[in-house]
Ligand binder design. Structure first.
Ligand SMILES: C[S@@+](CC[C@H](N)C(=O)[O-])C[C@H]1O[C@@H](n2cnc3c(N)ncnc32)[C@H](O)[C@@H]1O
Length: 392
């Protein structure tokens, strides 16, 4: 077996001026990125460097998250770091656990090829969700096909524990149906019901039955940071409350009308409303929003349209839901990177035309375009904030 776990690991080190060091340190700990038991460092300019768990340069998404935490200015590089105690880096833990399992369970012929380990995973509460390809190579499939169930259980349990969880699941392709049901397979544990708190908001749902995108965390926090005091909101694609709950709990919305077709998502939404004590401020409209939105005409200050690749199917309905004096739309869309500005202009023109046809000759302006994340090569998930106002 390789002895690389004893060498100094090469990690991202993030640097900032001494005065900003404690802010950055707190932010890294809050994000769970801080590498425990690693020495902070000082460079020739007197800047302080904090080792992080990341082993590749920060992604655009990670840089955006850091920016939101107001920790700028900073720089980062990749370098060997000094460990002062026992390493709890989950990558190391995972490698050690799998090596130990292999040594015990797998013949030496197979061991060399087995250390093909996942480098990314997601954690919802104590459920660790591995990517689709994890432990799924031809070699892994071959080995696992010859292993007793009890040994497999030992492996999945060790993997879950190494990554800070108690249960383990593997993601599969999200089904392209109306409810975007995930094909998630539980590898270890009795149920896929998860409960967790993010940004002060409690979420709960059955991860085998609903889709939840952790990649949209910055957008969820952005929406939860807007002051919506006293506002009536329509959430056209409420899901488990990914945006509905932050709007109620953090943005102080007076009431949210949540449209949702998937009963499993509604079960999560109800659980979240109760856990966050906002049941009195939530009305759930179960069914296809093409049928439910027309009953919400003229009552909203704001409509949230969170469906990908496009929410255009409800643009006209949502304009009709706004109060006669107008309001705000948050429009989600997947757009090709080089056509974002054209899409923004086309969207405003389309909304103006739809409003005009509905007898609402409003002034419609885009006030912000948020680039949420890269969805696929060349395609960006964006959210356009659109203000609709009666012409003076
Ligand atoms: C992208 S997901 C939103 C997920 C949600 N933001 C969350 O994480 O819980 C879209 C949601 O819209 C729901 N949905 C899709 N089409 C719908 C429709 N026509 N009417 C009502 N709900 C719909 C799906 O069931 C799903 O929960």
């Amino acid at each position: 077996m390789s002895g690389s776990t004893d060498q100094a690991p090469v990690q991202v080190v993030i640097w900032t001026a001494k005065e900003r060091a404690s802010t950055l340190h707190e932010a890294l700990k809050a994000l769970g990125w801080h590498y425990p038991f690693a020495q902070s460092q000082v460079n020739n300019e007197g800047e302080i460097g904090f080792p992080c768990l990341q082993t590749e340069p920060f992604s655009t998404e990670e840089l955006r998250v850091l920016k939101l935490k107001a920790v700028e200015p900073f720089t980062f590089n990749l370098q060997p770091i000094e460990i002062t105690g026992h390493s709890v880096n989950p990558h190391d833990q995972l490698k050690r656990s799998v090596e130990a399992w292999c040594a015990h369970t797998v013949t030496s012929d197979h061991r060399q090829t087995l250390l093909e380990l996942p480098t990314k995973w997601e954690r919802l509460g104590d459920l660790v969700i591995l990517p689709e390809e994890a432990f799924h190579s031809a070699q892994w499939n071959e080995v696992l096909s010859h292993v007793e169930e009890a040994e497999k259980t030992n492996l999945w349990q060790a993997v879950a524990q190494s990554l800070g969880g108690a249960r383990l699941a593997r993601q599969a392709q999200i089904l392209d149906n109306i409810t975007r049901s995930p094909q998630l397979r539980l590898l270890h544990g009795d149920s896929a019901w998860v409960e967790f708190s993010d940004y002060g908001v409690q979420f709960g749902f059955d991860a085998e039955q609903v889709m939840f995108s952790s990649g949209n965390v910055t957008e969820r926090h952005r929406i939860g940071s807007i002051d919506m005091s006293g506002e009536i909101i329509v959430d056209a694609y409420a899901g488990t409350g990914y945006y509905t709950l932050p709007m109620l709990v953090r943005s102080n919305a007076a009431h949210v009308h949540a449209c949702e077709v998937n009963p499993a998502s509604i079960a999560g939404l109800r659980w979240g409303a109760s856990a966050n004590d906002v049941e009195q401020k939530l009305t759930i409209h179960q069914g296809n929003n093409q049928d439910t939105l027309p009953s919400l005409k003229g009552l909203a200050d704001r409509c949230h349209l969170g469906l990908l690749p496009s929410s255009q199917a409800v643009w006209a309905h949502s304009l009709a839901c706004l109060k006669p004096t107008g309001g705000m739309l948050h429009i989600h869309m997947n757009v090709e990177k080089e056509h974002i500005e054209q899409w923004r202009m086309d969207t405003i023109a389309t909304l103006e035309m739809m409003a005009q046809e509905a007898g609402r000759p409003w002034n419609i302006t885009s006030i912000h375009l948020e680039r949420v994340k890269s969805f696929s090569p060349g395609v960006v998930h964006v959210v356009l904030d659109v203000l609709c106002r009666v012409r003076a």
